[in-house]
Design a protein around this ligand. Structure first.
Ligand code: GLU
Length: 384
């Protein structure tokens, strides 16, 4: 019998679909996959070279559990320069992004503590809260509002048990970007009620109008924020498993306790490659964002031609979250799309109850695949 803790969560919905897609592809089935949030680009060659060079130089041993000093400094500089966050190397813990989220929940949530998060939200926040014994408190967001969370609803949901607010902007699964004024209102609420915000800003570089605002950049907010980010999406480095948490030094010490008892440290030569990613040429990052924008526009055009489908124009990340007009649960629709249409999407309900009636398309794939995949969706919906 597994632990009661484990029984509180299902396996990750995003990973489950991507595993299924891999299996179907291995069986020779031609699948168009819009499932995994993963850039299709190869990691830029300067970053690959830095990893290879460090391997050949014998940089193959444990590193300090918090990360190599030059990487901690590079992450702090990068975040300060790009997002105006008042941090230095002592505020950085080098760790895979999902590990940072998991450890933050374990470090700060006690059994019965409430954690406020928007609905829909990326699948693993709820799971990490539950695994820590916490109670997820969903705040509904609406298609009509572009899925931007309403700060008044956050404040209404606060009780003496509220321990944390989880935010993610640009947002997975909707692509929404929370406007600066809205973030400021949430920051004021967090400061007033002395609540921590875990702010997942992994998509901060993938934004199509204006500039990303970090939660940790508001006056007085750094002390209340655990800022989470990483290399996976920005530099097409999903397989390298490298990210970070930025927070007051005391929080970093606390979270590092968990790191020291679990993964010890991140892969040594990947840390060297990460220094190159953050301090080397940035052109490929901008080229990838330009490609994502073209793909977003193409996918939106094609979806707008499907009778009965509606979609917001998202301003960030690489996801669309269209609404369909069939009376069929999103999990069932995703199954039909995959089995009959050979096109993989993630059902909206993988991201919380508010995702019913929607599905997620990750458009971080080629224009040809986008054309073909949306044509398949159109056909399946027409036949239903
Ligand atoms: N974050 C990506 C997604 O939502 C990768 C899979 C995962 O970590 O859930 O598809």
């Amino acid at each position: 019998m597994v632990s009661q803790r484990l029984q509180t969560v299902p396996a990750s919905g995003t990973i489950a679909i991507s595993n299924l897609v891999s299996q179907m592809k291995a069986e020779g089935i031609d699948i168009v996959s819009f499932s995994m949030g993963e850039p299709d680009f190869t990691t830029p060659s300067n970053i690959i070279d830095a990893a290879c060079d460090s391997l050949h130089a014998g940089f193959t041993h444990y590193t300090p559990s918090t990360g190599i000093p030059e990487l901690r400094a590079a992450i702090a500089d990068y975040t300060k320069r790009n997002d105006n966050v008042p941090c230095d190397a002592s505020n950085v813990l080098v760790t895979p992004t999902k590990q940072a989220i998991f450890m933050t929940c374990l470090a700060y949530i006690d059994p019965g503590d409430e954690v406020i998060l928007p609905d829909p939200s990326w699948v693993s926040y709820e799971a990490c809260v539950r695994l820590a014994g916490g109670v997820p408190v969903y705040i509904p967001t609406r298609f009509e509002d572009g899925f931007v969370v309403d700060p008044a609803l956050i404040e209404q949901a606060i009780t003496p048990r509220t321990r944390m607010i989880i935010l993610n902007t640009p947002t997975n699964p909707t692509g929404a970007v929370i406007p600066k004024e809205t973030l400021k209102q949430i920051a004021d609420i967090a400061i007033k009620h002395d609540i921590k915000v875990m702010s997942d800003e992994i998509y901060s570089a993938i934004i199509y109008e204006g500039k990303h605002t970090s939660m940790a950049s508001f006056p007085g907010m750094f002390e209340h924020t655990i800022l989470i980010s990483g290399l996976s999406k920005t530099f097409a480095m999903t397989g390298w498993r490298l990210g970070w948490a930025i927070a007051p030094a005391e929080d970093i010490k606390n979270i590092n306790k968990l790191q020291s008892h679990s993964i010890s440290c991140c892969t040594s030569f990947v840390q060297k490659a990460a220094v190159e990613a953050l301090t080397g040429p940035q052109k490929s990052k901008f080229d990838m964002v330009a490609a994502f924008r073209k793909r977003r526009d193409l996918a939106l055009d094609l979806i707008s031609e499907i009778p009965g489908m509606e979609c917001n124009v998202p301003n960030g990340a690489f996801y669309l979250f269209p609404k369909y007009n069939k009376d069929i649960p999103s999990a069932k629709l995703a199954e039909i799309l995959l089995k009959e249409g050979h096109v993989a999407v993630t059902p909206g309900t993988a991201f919380g109850p508010g995702g019913e009636g929607f599905f997620r398309i990750s458009y971080a794939t080629s224009e040809d695949q986008i054309q073909e995949g949306i044509a398949r969706i159109r056909k399946v919906l027409a036949d239903l």
